[in-house]
Every structure is written in structure tokens, then in C-alpha cells.
Design a binder for this molecule. Sequence first.
Ligand code: PRP
Ligand code: URA
Length: 206
Amino acid sequence: MPLHILSHPLAAHIITHLRDQTTKPATFRTLAYQISLLLAIEATSEIETEEKQIDTPLERITGRVLNHQPLVVVPILRAGLGMLQPFTDLFPDVSVGYIGLERDHETAKARSYYCKLPPLAGRHVFAVDPMLATGGSAAQALTVLKENGAVHPALVCIVSSPEGVAEVERQHPGTVIHTAAHDRALNAKKYILPGLGDFGDRLYGT
Ligand code: PRP
Ligand code: URA
């Protein structure tokens, strides 16, 4: 199962501050941006480049630039919005889709309430959602993306659980998952341990 865990010391530093319950929403948002920037760089490390001739002030060289294969990033609302900006900063031409899913607090099952997607066929598609807990939301989002033409959409999250990774692998075998931290387990209420609590609430101060 292709699970990629960030190993940069900066990732560990940022995650520790995200986990800290005393971290306030403004700082939490900055940290979410920073960790998502590292993840966006890692998740796109295999996109294609092509040759381009340019003149430096000193001589002509053949460099490499991104080719025009379009990228699509799809934040899973609402917490996924906290991971969007690094993708649009790094790739100004990226297309953005949205999938709205909300976990029921009692059953931990995700309910779909919104979906707006650009064309996905033939594009690199990245679903971004900070928390992969039971895996129900991510698996549902991947199903929607595939129904709309995505082939091998990747999943980018900040904290994953063993249960969530296993569920995504069960429903969507071979999905590439990028995570900044792979945690121990879920508690009885299906929150990730040690985790960082409710990401959306901490991001938006709700
Ligand atoms: C969180 C998170 C994921 C989901 C993960 O969203 O952002 O989408 O829970 O849980 P799962 O793996 O068990 O499905 P939530 O439903 O709390 O909604 P929000 O983003 O609007 O806060
Ligand atoms: N959603 C969150 O925001 N946090 C968890 O630990 C699980 C689901």
C-alpha cells in the first residue's frame, strides 16, 4: 500500500505545534498552511517536466519546466480548505474542485452536502483532507472523483490512522496516500489518537 509519510524534521516540528491544545486558531491556520506546503511539494514530486531552452545572463542552457498536464486539487469541505492555498501558490494554473462531506457526530458516517468539480479525466487529481480517521470520508470522496473521470486520484492528509489507511486501501486499492503523521489508533468516538482533535473546529475557532 503506497503510504508516504513526511520525514522532514520541519514536518515533525509543525505537527507537534498543531497537536498542542493551547495553539490558537490564527497560529493553527499558519501551521496548517506550512505543513500543507511540505505535503504539496512531496505529493507532486513525480509530475512531468519538459525541456526548455533559456538564456542565463551568461550562456544558453536547456532547463526543465513543468509541462502543461493540468493538476486538480479537491479540498474536502470544510477542513480541507485549510490545505488548499499551498497548492494554488505553487501551481497557479491548478483547477480546484470541492466536495462537501460532514461526519455525523454520533455515527461517524460522512454525509455529502456539496460537489462541484472541474473536468478530471487525464489530469493529476489530489484530494486534500487533513484528517483520515475511519477513512469513510476519504473513501467516499475518492468514489466521487472516480465517478467523475479521475484515474488514480491521490489523497493528501495531515494526520492518518491505521484504520483509515486500511479502509481506503480496502475500498480503493493502490491509492497513493501522503500524510505528515501516521498515528496510533482511533478512540471510541472515532477520533485519531494522539491526533490533534477536531481539525475544522480548531482551524475556524468553532
Ligand atoms: C473531518 C475531516 C475529515 C473527516 C475524517 O471532517 O476533515 O473529512 O472528519 O473522518 P473519517 O475518516 O472518519 O471520515 P468533519 O466531518 O468533521 O467536517 P468538517 O471538515 O466540516 O469539520
Ligand atoms: N475528524 C477530525 O477533525 N479529527 C479526528 O480526529 C477525526 C475526524
